[in-house]
Ligand binder design. Sequence first.
Ligand SMILES: C[S@@+](CC[C@H](N)C(=O)[O-])C[C@H]1O[C@@H](n2cnc3c(N)ncnc32)[C@H](O)[C@@H]1O
Length: 263
Amino acid sequence: MNVAFRRAGGTVTVGGEEAPLRAAGGDPNVFAQRLFTGLPRRYDALAELLSFGQNGRWRTEMVSHIAATRPSSILDVATGTAGVALELVRSTPAEVTGIDLTPAMLARGRERVTRANATERVRLVAGQAEHLPFADATFEALTFTYLLRYVGDPAATLRELARVVVPGGAVASLEFAVPRSRFWRSWWWLYTRLVLPAAGYMTGGREWFGVGRFLGPNISAHYRRYPVDWTVDAWRKAGLVDVEVRRMSLGGGIVMWARKPES
Ligand SMILES: C[S@@+](CC[C@H](N)C(=O)[O-])C[C@H]1O[C@@H](n2cnc3c(N)ncnc32)[C@H](O)[C@@H]1O
């Protein structure tokens, strides 16, 4: 089930908007793997911090759009430490497959799945969102979380995600966003540029200082290149219909959902 991908080692250089990618030789997979390899131990606690305590709310909203369709099989892409996969197990009767690029995140995910007594319902595999190791129309539903900022070609990746969903199946995603209102955008900017790096350092040391410094500029750069309207259009071009968007927490998070049409 594993697919080949370039392995990366060492510590990622952070700071600035383009510097991290340049440090990874411009390969987004290498960059993402380096970034996430050092994070699994504290990831789940700090994901809450870095999302201003909102990650759990956004995740529940995303999962609710999948649970409503009562799927029996779900693919969770960029599953990381399996937080979304485990919430899908709690909210649906489905068997859940989680896929992620970073072995260290998956190792932590396996520990959490075992601790939750969910090994019979969750399997975790290593692989790339850009080249999923599954046949067309394999899953009745698909989720992906915090993924598109880490791929080189979001439009092509969306087409690949849609490919493995059955006709009539549901797709939902969760991502950070930039608030639309100028007022909240200023506060968001201060939070992501000042509070996040400081809070990251105090709670997770150098590694999380780096993540805290990287995240805000990375989110801003992503939406300058791929605004939300562009993303909605890309979902449609990937063959998905009834695409809906809900901005949450004053615009700091965005949940999207859609379905693949019956053929
Ligand atoms: C911020 S974490 C999110 C983990 C999980 N979805 C959650 O919400 O807790 C992003 C994850 O995306 C994974 N990732 C990044 N690029 C990827 C790619 N091209 N294919 C698969 N996984 C990828 C990283 O390894 C990392 O585990």
